[in-house]
Design a protein around this ligand. Structure first.
Ligand code: 5AD
Ligand code: SF4
Length: 441
């Protein structure tokens, strides 16, 4: 069998897509992590920020040098960058033998055949229906404990800074039956945790035979499969995280008490410019509701520093919102100008890079404090932890996550990956809880 190397960049959706790609090609290719034995080398790419694309372009130069020594190697670029800049790539990146956008993976066997015949083969057609729903992902890089299930694709939100609606097209959902079957299979294979994935999972909607399934209902159905199967989800848009969903999270102990709720900015002025369609007040109201219905729920977020026209006062409002919510974790970025987005067409990227950097540093420093505070509040508490493996620092320690998605490290020689244990937190850093096993009687 021929060998396939897939390098994945960007979000969890891309990780899930790479598993679909491996599955589509599995009759001809087995996956390898070793470039030396690869017949085909694929990059599943991300366009979200310019530096992501720059890194990939640089990597392509390295692959081009490598290909000089191994001319039979076929090199392909897949995913969001393929969708966004196919023409530019075809012109500038001679190393590429094939290019496939996020909705074109079923045509990969054909693209590869044509590439092998010397043609530069590409397909970046977006689809309104493709969800790859009947393809069982090949979990080639999973840890055997936790897996992603992609439940919907695309995005209709058109946040003004974001390329995703252009690279991944319109929203479409998979049928609940195929999602449940995939979760059942994972359970049978020994998995203990699934993460339901979509760019905007709250707008998951399935309608068939006069019946409608919402995300909250789907979540409930997955949760009911087994109390032994933890359920997570990402990502939620604050505009439509419903009370119904919060109630489902509160009701089922195996639905994790963790919500990733990207806020992006703390001022109404920036939120409006970003086309986030909620206000600071509405976001804080949702957070209040989460805390009321699920008191021990951890909330993480995404924040962009230095969006077009952001004043010092706007920036201060982001910091004050962060304090007010007390996020357990945050992904923080400098605004990156993306061609063709609403922001690129209508606003000026007018915040100097040093100002963006300084604001980002202030955001990162504050989040460091908030993460530490959030972890310190857990010292003395006991959590159920799903063990994911042995700690990188010490082979005497295991690590896993609690329901709140916090990593806990603890010394243990009697349990192993995939087991649930109870761990009492003894101390912490901003990044990790450090605990001790509580042996059950
Ligand atoms: N610049 C910086 N960050 C961005 N994100 C999306 N688009 C941009 C951009 N142009 C961030 C948002 C989003 C996360 C996945 O990436 O915070 O939630
Ligand atoms: Fe990157 Fe967004 Fe595409 Fe994911 S969907 S790979 S984050 S551009």
């Amino acid at each position: 069998m021929k060998k396939l190397l897939i390098e994945t960049f960007g979000c969890q959706m891309n990780v899930a897509d790479s598993e679909v790609i491996a599955s589509i090609l599995s009759s001809e290719y087995s996956v390898t992590a070793d470039a030396r034995e690869a017949d085909v080398w694929m990059l599943n790419t991300c366009s979200i920020r310019d530096n992501a694309e720059q890194r990939i372009r640089k990597h392509l130069k390295e692959i081009a040098a490598y290909k000089q020594r191994k001319p039979s190697l076929l090199v392909g670029l897949l995913g969001c960058m393929a969708e966004r800049i196919k023409d530019q790539l075809l012109k500038e990146e001679e190393v590429l033998d094939f290019i496939a956008g996020p909705d074109a993976y079923r045509t990969l066997p054909d693209l590869l055949k044509r590439a092998a015949e010397g043609e530069t083969a590409y397909n970046v057609t977006l689809s309104e229906t493709e969800t790859y729903e009947n393809i069982i992902p090949l979990r080639y890089a999973a840890n055997g404990v936790s897996a992603f299930i992609s439940i919907m694709r695309g995005c209709n939100n058109f946040c003004s800074y974001c390329v995703v609606p252009y690279t991944r097209g319109r929203e479409r959902s998979r049928s609940p039956q195929t999602i449940l079957a995939e979760a059942q299979q994972l359970l049978k294979d020994g998995y203990k945790e699934v993460t339901l994935l979509g760019q905007n999972v709250n707008s998951y909607l399935w309608q068939a035979d006069g019946k409608t399934t919402t995300f909250a209902q789907l979540m409930e159905q997955v949760a009911l499969l087994s109390p032994q199967l933890r359920v997570r989800f990402a990502t939620s848009h604050p505009k439509d995280i419903s009370d119904e969903l919060l109630q489902v999270i509160a009701r089922y102990p195996n639905v994790c008490h963790y919500i990733h709720l990207p806020v992006q900015a703390g001022s109404n002025e920036m939120l409006k410019r970003m086309n986030r369609v909620y206000t600071r007040e509405k976001y804080l109201e949702r957070v209040q509701k989460i805390k009321e219905l699920i008191p021990d729920c951890a909330i993480s977020t995404d924040i962009i520093a230095g969006f077009c026209g952001e004043t010092e006062e706007n920036h201060q409002e982001t910091l004050s919102l962060m304090r007010e919510v007390g996020f357990s974790y945050a992904y923080m970025f400098k605004y990156s100008w993306r061609d063709n987005t609403f922001a690129a067409r209508h606003f000026t990227d007018d915040i100097p890079d040093e100002v963006k950097s300084r604001r980002l540093e202030e955001i990162i420093a504050l989040q460091g404090e908030l993460s530490l505070k959030s972890n310190q509040e857990d010292v003395g508490k006991t959590f159920e932890v799903l063990i994911e493996g042995t700690s990188k620092r010490s082979t005497n320690d295991l690590f896993g996550r609690n329901s709140q998605n916090k990593v806990i490290v603890f010394p243990c020689s009697t349990h192993t990956r995939g087991e649930y244990v109870r761990v009492k937190v003894k101390s912490c850093t901003a990044a990790t809880l450090i605990g001790e096993l509580v042996e059950e009687n």
